[in-house]
Design a protein around this ligand. Structure first.
Ligand code: ATP
Length: 909
């Protein structure tokens, strides 16, 4: 990028010169660049990328590992040990602290990398003209001179001098901080105009909120206006989630508690037992070291990162880490219908024109299939249609193709739709009777158009027709009926019969068909189409019903939701009858009544809250209704996810607990406002992500419940020894060793656990519930005591047998670690029993980490160097047998506790 020209010295002032001049300056044209030229320019100017703000540097990340109160205590302890002459202890504490910090550092690094690579999956695209054709490329490959086509919802990929703009407005908050959209046009402005007043420009990173435009790329990458203001760049997201923050807070409380206990113990030993203060100080250090779960934060981070990666493999891309936790407590999934719950493969099935009803054969986008009559002149008739004889049908289908932006293409024998599948279905239907869209569109040039938007629910185009102009409109039938005054009849136009058409619309939509109406109007004095030109005096030509079947996987996912206590709710722009019919096919619970957007508008917030739990289908709804629905559901205590694809979905996506944007159909604006993006636009993917979220949360709870008792037992062992005036069964150094090996082996295993069988059979988690409820706190205390008993029993037994203190401690440490390993198997399921082959042996990570920790313990027990540092001694086979028996006993006692607990729970319910 270094050889890039700079706009300041040599470039023209783009906003003040006219469009032609700008094109000339950059040696481009309205047809854009050739592929070859764009390649050359890419090399010359470099890629269109903003220099990402660097994340924390590696040493900052490493230092941050020490930046928590528990690590601080350890460092102070090391210093004090050194001052008191316990050099070996001091060095060993420091080494272990460094090792633990390194583990945290590496794991956090992996987590950050995983998140970054997932974020790259969302790299934006741009539509440009290359060799005169519209092509979608990565926004990074846009070069000066390119012609970019942008429309509502897009993010502007580079600084553009506009050369065409239609009702074009952008939101420039990213650049100017001003959130009111700015109207743009192609006329040049004063050369000294402020950034906010350069209406002939669209700036990189701003969002198009309305209309469409073409623009000449004048600056890319760092040279764009946004590139110049580097502070505004998106920084790397910190990976502190609410859960991690909660852990931090818990860590501080724990630290105070541990420090209190350590001080009390040291004072007690010095005053009551008359022990030397320096030794008691070391005991207090030991207690702190033993009781602090140093490895925990890193393990929780890695658990979250694993969840993010697994979700990405299943097409759910997490944009903000806290969403992983929130997903687990989702109780309502608001979902769009078309394309998310259904396949978005529209096929025309049924038509009504005048008094003729038709059926269309064929499914999918292949233009094969015939038209048949169902009714003709009010009577049943099943002849196939001779298109040469049926001019009305041909004209209807042609209008459907003209008032339409989609294209049917064929590649290797497969047919694809480029553009909106609803429109594609009309092109396919017309192709079935031989209408060639290309030729037709060339022949009937379009003079102007109002694109389809969910708010207005119709699209209109203007064409010249002999000496006049013809406005063609297609859209939601109930909307179009309001705009039509006549209907097409055999001989002449007649006054429209609303009742008749409403019946027909109802008939088609109750079969689950999406219905479109098509209308036209002749006019003579319009050259720029405005809404008021199209909204009255139309002539209805007919209606057409499109089939869009539910996705098979959505049907399964809806069922899964119901088992999991999650409510799927459909929000659609379609007709209520269509929506209800599809909801029935999907297996929704409440399919008797749908509420329409208008009805929602007529309700107060309170009224909406009152009914929100009884309605599963919202029809003819627009993006603004979504926000109110989310708010109402949240007011009733729901945790909601909401899907969206357009700019106007932004507020609802932001307000929802988890905003979900469509990856394929969604606009950049929608993705920006969301926590999660669906790579496949599929409802089933959301449900999968919820399942994964529940699993991650479960695993984190399991990990914490698993790790704490090891610390608890060690802390208690040291405390009890001092209080009773006996020798320590575990030295501070040994405690550090145990913490370290447990953190790098056993502690990690549970993050890899699969979800439990009943994961999607329980009700969603209450988001306000504490991480460790009473039951888990009890488990932590219970197991701490159990391990403590194990440690003391082993220690006393070995001493009584005449073993040395070192031998007895080696036995105690091994008992603690092996007992913890046994408890790891218990912890695979928090309440369910693990007493089965799959319960005990079902998890590879668990057994790999048990094998690893046993290897480490052998080193601890038998390697001379380790014996020297940690003061351990070799154990005999009998000792190991005793340790094994002790561990099995611990495992069985905890299983018994689980059994009793679940009996108690089931009695309570
Ligand atoms: P969902 O919310 O299920 O995804 P949607 O948001 O796609 O549905 P809209 O796009 O708002 O729903 O469509 C609402 C209605 O507008 C449709 O029922 C149809 O009658 C009409 N419609 C949809 N697409 C077009 C289009 N391209 N041109 C004209 N009318 C359309």
């Amino acid at each position: 990028m270094e050889n890039r020209h700079t706009s300041n010295e040599s470039s023209p002032i783009w906003h003040s010169i006219n469009a032609e001049e700008a094109l000339q300056q950059l040696e481009s044209s309205a047809e854009g660049l050739s592929t070859q030229e764009s390649q050359a320019r890419l090399e010359k100017y470099g890629s269109n990328r903003l220099q990402q703000e660097q994340g924390r540097s590696w040493y900052q990340r490493l230092l941050d590992q020490f930046n928590n109160i528990l690590m601080m205590i350890l460092l102070v302890a090391a210093l004090a040990s050194f001052l008191l002459g316990h050099t070996i202890d001091a060095v060993a504490i420091i080494s272990v602290v460094v090792i633990i910090a390194l583990i945290g550092f590496i794991q956090e690094g992996k987590a950050e990398q995983a998140l970054e690579s997932i974020r790259n999956m969302l790299s934006p695209q741009a539509n440009v003209l290359r060799d005169g054709k519209r092509t979608t490329i990565s926004a990074e490959d846009v070069v000066p001179g390119d012609i970019v086509i942008i429309e509502s919802g897009d993010r502007v990929p580079a600084d553009l001098r506009l050369i065409e703009a239609r009702r074009f407005r952008t939101e420039e908050a990213a650049l100017t901080g001003e959130s009111v959209p700015v109207e743009k046009h192609i006329d040049s402005v004063e050369s000294d105009a402020d950034l906010a007043e350069r209406h002939s420009m669209a700036f990189a990173s701003t969002i198009v909120v309305q209309g469409n435009a073409r623009g000449l790329v004048v600056e890319t990458g760092q040279h764009t206006e946004i590139g110049k203001i580097s502070e505004l760049l998106r920084g790397v997201e910190t990976i502190k989630t609410p859960l991690l923050k909660q852990l931090d807070r818990a860590g501080r409380v724990l630290a105070i508690f541990i420090l209190g206990a350590a001080t009390f113990t040291a004072l007690f030993g010095t005053i009551i037992h008359g022990q030397p203060p320096s030794e008691m100080f070391m005991a207090a250090v030991g207690l702190a070291v033993a009781a602090i779960p140093e490895g925990l934060p890193a393990i929780v981070t890695i658990g979250l990162a694993l969840g993010v990666q697994s979700m990405a493999r299943h097409n759910a891309i997490i944009r903000r880490l806290p969403a992983v936790e929130t997903l687990g407590s989702i109780s309502t999934i608001f979902s769009d219908k078309t394309g998310t719950l259904t396949r978005n493969e529209m096929t025309a099935q049924s038509l009504w024109l005048g008094d003729e009803q038709y059926r269309v054969d064929g499914i999918g986008f292949a233009p094969d299939g015939d038209f048949h009559y169902i009714q003709r002149d009010g009577k049943q008739d099943t002849h196939s249609v001779d298109i040469e004889q049926d001019k009305t049908l041909r004209d209807f289908l042609e209008v459907g193709v003209l008032c339409n932006d989609s294209e049917l293409t064929q590649e290797k024998g497969h047919y694809y739709i480029q553009g909106d599948p609803t429109e594609g279905a009309l092109v396919v239907a017309a192709a079935k009777v031989g209408v060639d869209a290309h030729k037709l569109r060339k022949h009937h040039k379009r003079l102007d158009a109002i694109p389809f938007e969910s708010e207005h629910k119709y699209m209109a185009t203007l064409h010249s027709s002999n000496d006049n102009q013809r406005i063609l409109v297609k859209g939601a039938p109930d909307r179009l009926l309001e705009m039509c005054s006549t209907e097409n009849s055999v001989n002449d136009d007649i006054k429209i019969d609303h009742n008749k058409w409403e019946e027909r619309i109802h008939e088609l939509s109750s079969q689950g068909l999406r219905v479109l109406a098509i209308a036209d109007k002749l006019t003579s004095d319009v050259d720029k189409l405005e809404h008021h030109d199209a909204e009255n005096g139309l002539r209805l030509l007919g209606i057409i019903g499109l089939l869009d079947p539910p996705r098979d996987e959505a049907v399964k996912a809806v069922k899964l939701c119901q088992q999991a206590g999650i409510r799927p709710v459909m929000i659609t722009g379609d007709h209520a009858s269509t929506a209800l019919a599809i909801a029935k096919q999907l297996g929704f619970s409440h399919t008797e009544k749908a509420l329409t957007g208008r009805e929602v508008e007529g309700m107060s917030d309170k009224e909406l809250e009152d009914i929100i739990l009884d309605i599963d289908v919202f029809a003819r709804a627009s993006p603004e209704h979504k926000l109110r629905l989310v708010q109402a559901m949240q007011a009733r205590g729901g945790v909601c996810s909401m899907t969206g694809d357009g700019v106007n979905d932004g507020p609802a996506l932001k307000r929802a607990d988890v905003g979900v944007a469509m990856g394929i159909q969604g606009t950049e604006a929608a993705k920006d406002a969301s926590e999660m993006v669906l790579a496949d636009d599929n409802f089933a993917t959301i449900v999968r992500a919820v399942e994964e979220g529940r699993k991650v949360y479960d695993n984190i709870r399991k990990t914490i419940t698993f790790i704490l008792p090891t610390n608890g037992a060690q802390g208690l062992a040291i405390m009890l020894a001092v209080l009773s005036g006996s020798i320590l069964p575990i030295t501070p150094l040994q405690a550090l060793w145990v913490n370290m090996v447990v953190a790098i082996t056993l502690g990690l295993a549970l993050a890899f656990e699969d979800g439990e069988k009943d994961l999607m059979q329980r009700a969603p988690r209450d988001p306000k519930a504490p991480l460790l409820d009473l039951f888990l706190l009890w488990r932590v205390v219970f197991v701490s005591i159990l391990l403590l008993v194990g440690v003391f029993s082993m220690f006393t037994w070995l001493l009584n047998q005449g073993g040395s203190e070192d031998l007895a401690r080696a036995g105690a440490v091994n008992m603690l670690v092996t007992g913890s390993a046994a408890y790891l198997i218990n912890s695979r399921f928090l309440i369910n029993s693990t007493l089965s082959i799959s319960g005990i042996f079902g998890s590879r990570p668990v057994w790999i980490s048990i094998a690893l920790i046993m290897l480490l313990q052998c080193a601890f027990t038998y390697v001379p160097f380790m014996q020297f540092i940690f003061g351990s001694e070799a154990l005999s086979l009998t000792h190991w047998l005793a340790i094994l028996l002790g561990s099995i006993l611990i495992y069985l006692i905890i299983e018994a506790e689980k059994f009793l607990w679940s009996r108690y729970e089931s009695r309570k319910n």
